[in-house]
Structure formats: structure tokens, C-alpha cells
Design a binder for this molecule. Structure first.
Ligand code: F6R
Length: 268
């Protein structure tokens, strides 16, 4: 089913597999109509199958990634690229090493910088460079997002300044807890990250947000139907003019009762 709520297109798919395929098709369409697309990419568990589907499409010759440029949303800090929990490792392992993206065309915020007296300045410079690299590439054509249980997008946690660019963030207790499932123990989860800011996300020409599972259902309701507030960072997307949400039925549980009146094609 397809809905339009406050200008946001919402697709509700049967399950995670269908949700992932729908998202993969939208990304593939973007790359096909503009081979030099600039993609904003997310990590986490939600887009894993979308990446798998895109790899299959590449293997079947349906999509060619050789000219795309990509910018990932975020990276833990501090973390080494070789660390299996780093987002650099995730992207290489789950996507980049399996498609024909051109070496040097993908970007992930730097998770580790050499400690020195000018450490904070150097970090700020790296963040500014990341913002500038996105601008130099012509801006992001399509930004893929997941959503945290607390409403974060990228690692823009509640109370974020909406005008922020790439910056260092302190991860929320809730995020650390949610992400501890990928680590041996919660103590190993980095407490900080480098994340694109809300400003970077809002400047993307199109936004594609994926959510799966009952656990995301409450926050999606707040994001879509609630106030636009830094307490729910994703709520800012109500103000973006080209947002598509791809949800599976479980993620849509809380919003489904409210959606009927927004069905596209419904004659009122
Ligand atoms: C990941 C990211 C995060 C995740 C969010 C949901 O790059 O920016 O905002 O999208 O934490 O994570 P999952 O998909 O694991 O539920």
C-alpha cells in the first residue's frame, strides 16, 4: 500500500524481504537514470538485505555502480577501519567489495585520528572536509536512512541542533544498548561517533528511510504524526520535500490505523 502523509510517501510492504527489494529497486533506478549519482549510505541491520539485493542486481547486469560516488552517514569514534565493528568494515564486507564501485569514490567519516595536541581541531577539520567533499561532489542525490529506536537519523541523537553539519557526537545510552547486539559486550561499544548532521541529510535531493520490525513502530508514529522537534530528530523529515519511507508491516503497526485516509488513489 502507498500513502502520502504530510508530503512524505509511505510504502508498507508485507515483510523485511519485500521492504528490502523495494528499497533496492529505488536505489537501482536512481543509479540507472543517473550513473554518476551521489548516494548517501547507511549501515545497521535494516539495509543489509537491500545491499544483498543490489549486489544480485549488479551480478545480473541490471545495475552498474562504476560511476557512483558515495558518502556514508557515520562511523564510530574512535575505531580502526580494520575493526570488524567499524562501519568502514561493514560497507566493504557487505557491499563495496561485491560491486564495481570505483576505489576512491566512496567516503566514510574517519573513525580514527592520531592523538596530538591539536586533536580536536584536526577532528573538526576532518568533519568540515567531509561536508565540503559532499558539496564538491554536487550534493547527495539519494540519501538512504534507517531510524534509531530514539528517533535518531545518522547518529543525530535527540536534542540535536537541526543546523548541524558533520560532527562528533556522544552516543545516547539507548543507542549504545541497541548497538551492543553487534559487540561481545556493551563495554566494547564506542561511546562516540562521527556523523553527518541533520543539515547534510536535509540538503539531500531525495531521502529514502527504511524501517523494519515492531520495535520501530512507536518512534515512526512520533516521527510521522508528531511535532517537529529535536527530541525526535527524524521528525525534521516532515519538512523535506522528497521523502519516501519504506516500512514492513510490523514497523507500520502503530501507524496503520491512521493511514487509511492518506491512501494514494483514494477518492475522497
Ligand atoms: C547507521 C545509522 C543509524 C541506523 C539506526 C538503525 O549508519 O546511521 O541511524 O540507521 O541506528 O539501525 P538498525 O538498522 O540496526 O536498526
Amino acid at each position: 500500500m502507498k500513502y502520502n502523509v504530510r508530503g512524505m510517501k509511505i510504502f508498507v510492504l508485507e515483510d523485511y524481504a519485500q521492504m528490502s527489494m523495494k528499497a533496492a529497486r529505488i536505489v537501482a533506478a536512481q543509479v540507472t537514470i543517473k550513473p554518476q549519482s551521489v548516494l548517501g549510505l547507511a549501515t545497521g541491520s535494516t539495509p543489509l538485505k537491500m545491499y544483498e539485493d543490489l549486489i544480485h542486481m549488479y551480478q545480473q547486469g541490471i545495475v552498474d555502480f562504476s560511476e557512483i560516488i558515495s558518502f556514508n552517514l557515520d562511523e564510530y569514534y574512535p575505531i580502526e577501519k580494520e575493526n570488524e565493528q567499524s562501519y568502514a568494515y561493514y560497507m566493504k564486507h557487505h557491499f563495496f567489495s561485491k560491486i564495481n564501485i570505483t576505489e576512491g569514490n566512496y567516503h566514510i567519516p574517519e573513525g580514527l585520528i592520531v592523538k596530538s595536541s591539536g586533536h580536536d581541531k584536526a577532528l573538526e577539520q576532518l568533519c568540515n572536509n567531509y561536508d565540503q567533499a559532499i558539496i564538491d561532489a554536487g550534493g547527495i542525490d539519494l540519501q538512504v536512512l534507517g531510524i534509531g529506536n530514539n528517533g535518531h537519523i545518522g547518529f543525530n541523537e535527540p536534542d540535536i541542533r537541526f543546523e548541524s553539519g558533520t560532527h562528533k557526537v556522544l552516543l545516547d545510552e539507548e543507542t549504545i544498548l541497541a548497538n551492543s547486539r553487534f559487540f561481545k559486550s556493551i563495554d566494547e561499544v564506542p561511546k562516540q561517533a562521527i556523523s553527518m548532521g541533520v543539515r547534510n541529510i536535509m540538503h539531500s535531493k531525495k531521502v529514502l528511510l527504511l524501517a523494519s520490525g515492531l520495535g520501530k513502530s512507536e518512534i515512526l508514529k512520533a516521527m510521522i504524526f508528531g511535532d517537529i522537534t529535536p527530541q525526535v530528530p527524524a521528525s525534521i523529515l516532515q519538512l523535506h520535500n522528497d521523502v519516501t519511507l519504506i516500512l514492513d508491516k510490523a514497523a507500520a503497526t502503530e501507524i496503520l490505523p491512521f493511514l487509511t485516509q492518506y491512501e494514494i488513489g483514494l477518492v475522497r
